[in-house]
Design a binder for this molecule. Structure first.
Ligand code: PMP
Length: 445
């Protein structure tokens, strides 16, 4: 059930710690003011009740009047997704705001299997970890930011960062503090130095300016391709404990890690309940279906769901059912096998891009091989700012990249980087693109 805003003290009693988190101090006034929608609660109840329940509640239309009948969607490597008449009616109807129960429970099992979060209490039924489905992880991120970020707040992140994050954060009027990072992600020493401006004890004082939120992309960062080492994650988590920070772990490239075993996540270390994790199926199942997830402490996920109730109401029931049927048909093993195939594809693409970069750009640029994701972050050695080169001249040569300034907080500061994606083009196209880029750079020098 949804937790009231004034009842957000929360005690974890896990094997590894016993800590009280006071979530109310993290909430913005907007989020704290959100109230459960009585109609939406009825929808949740209806979803969980036996079919004998006669509901005269709610304002759901009658699906018998809808034009769609049934569908079978063939799956490349598993059983077809079948929408018989009954399933189709459900798919076309409103559903609960957390997500459809069978998708949520499948995902909770997966999260527990992959991350074993201490907050789950090691059981899907017992623990404090909660999840909800969002319309892509972007919806989850926007809602998490709105829940936690007040105008004037100091927010920590390792820029350059995902432009969608900056687009969501900047209008909130917060003060973004850039934590130094390199190809192994956020640098704990840099974070410590920044935090040393404050006294950790002040974090609990009303009106304190101590940052309360840290945002990071731990794997295959967009745009940098950086992946954070486990050691760094542990150090950052310890600093978060000291200063009572919440960490937003935005991890859409988690499933695109090129090495096994996959890196332990912040969620897997979360003995206190201070991690809010966003996951996405965009890079492995479909970007157009718009399926993402928020995982975190129940009081906070409940707040995100209150926002969902008042905005989208829920992610499309149709797409949730489609994905849920696919996942139940595959089982976790089939899902992870599919992911392995996707990773294999991107690994080859990355390797092709790296050898083309070696062939054409060695003298004029430098880069690090990304351990995850779909991006190569390239620094042009003798070009102070790539904006004009890319936005004007590159187009003339028929090659398109993203100038690095797009991913920085202050786009007026010169940025010598470009982002190249190895997801869509063929190795031949990548090679030709880098040849054109090398000509362009040489002409510009
Ligand atoms: N976070 C990051 C770092 C991303 O790169 C993206 C997509 N490019 C998103 C979130 C949003 O992804 P989606 O909404 O498709 O899940």
């Amino acid at each position: 059930m949804i937790t009231a805003a004034d009842d957000l003290r929360f005690t974890l009693d896990t094997d590894s710690s016993k800590t009280a988190m006071n979530y109310s101090r993290f909430l913005t006034a907007v989020s704290a003011a959100r109230k459960p929608s009585p109609i939406r609660i009825l929808t949740e109840l209806q979803q969980r009740s036996p079919p004998t329940l006669i509901s005269l509640a709610g304002g759901a239309p009658n699906p018998n009047t809808f034009p769609f009948h049934s569908a079978t969607i063939k799956v490349k490597n598993g059983p077809s997704v079948v929408f018989d008449e009954t399933t189709m009616k459900r798919a076309l109807q409103y559903s609960g705001s957390y997500g459809i129960p069978e998708l949520i429970s499948w995902m909770k099992d997966l999260q527990i299997n992959l991350h074993n979060p201490p907050t789950a209490g090691y059981s899907p039924e017992r623990g404090h970890m909660e999840m909800c489905v969002t319309t892509g992880s972007q919806e989850g991120l926007c809602k998490v930011f709105e829940m936690l970020v007040n105008p004037g707040d100091n927010i920590l992140l390792d820029a350059p960062t995902y432009s969608g994050t900056l687009a969501a954060l900047q209008p909130l009027g917060c003060n973004i503090i850039n934590v130094p990072s390199d190809q192994y992600g956020m640098i704990p020493k840099g974070l410590k130095e920044i935090l040393s401006r404050w006294d950790p004890a002040d974090s609990q004082k009303p009106g304190s300016t101590v940052p309360r939120v840290l945002y990071t992309i731990p794997n295959g960062g967009n745009p940098t391709g950086a992946s954070m080492t486990t050691e760094r994650k542990r150090e950052v988590y310890e600093l978060a404990r000291e200063y009572d920070l919440l960490i937003i772990e935005d991890d859409p490239y988690y499933f695109l890690q090129f090495q096994k075993p996959w890196a332990p996540t912040f969620l897997s270390m979360d003995v206190d309940g201070r991690i809010i994790r966003t996951d996405s199926f965009s890079k492995i199942l479909s970007s157009g279906l718009r399926i993402g997830f928020v995982t975190g402490p129940k009081p906070l996920v409940d707040r995100v769901v209150l926002h969902i109730q008042a905005s989208t109401m829920h992610t499309s029931t149709f797409t949730q059912l489609m994905v849920s049927q696919l996942l139940h048909g595959w089982g976790q093993e089939g899902f992870l096998k599919h992911v392995d195939g996707v990773v294999e594809f991107y690994r080859k693409q990355r390797d092709a891009m790296l050898s083309s970069a070696d062939r054409w750009l060695k003298d004029v640029a430098e880069w690090h091989a990304p351990a995850a994701g779909m991006f190569l972050w390239i620094r042009l050695k003798d070009i102070a700012d790539t904006q004009q080169l890319i936005m004007e001249k590159a187009l003339e040569k028929e090659v398109l990249l993203v100038p690095g300034g797009v991913f920085t907080i202050d786009s007026s500061v010169p940025c010598p980087y470009v982002r190249a994606a190895f997801s869509l083009s063929t190795p031949q196209q990548i090679d030709e693109a880098f040849r054109r880029l090398s000509v362009l750079i040489k002409e510009a020098l």
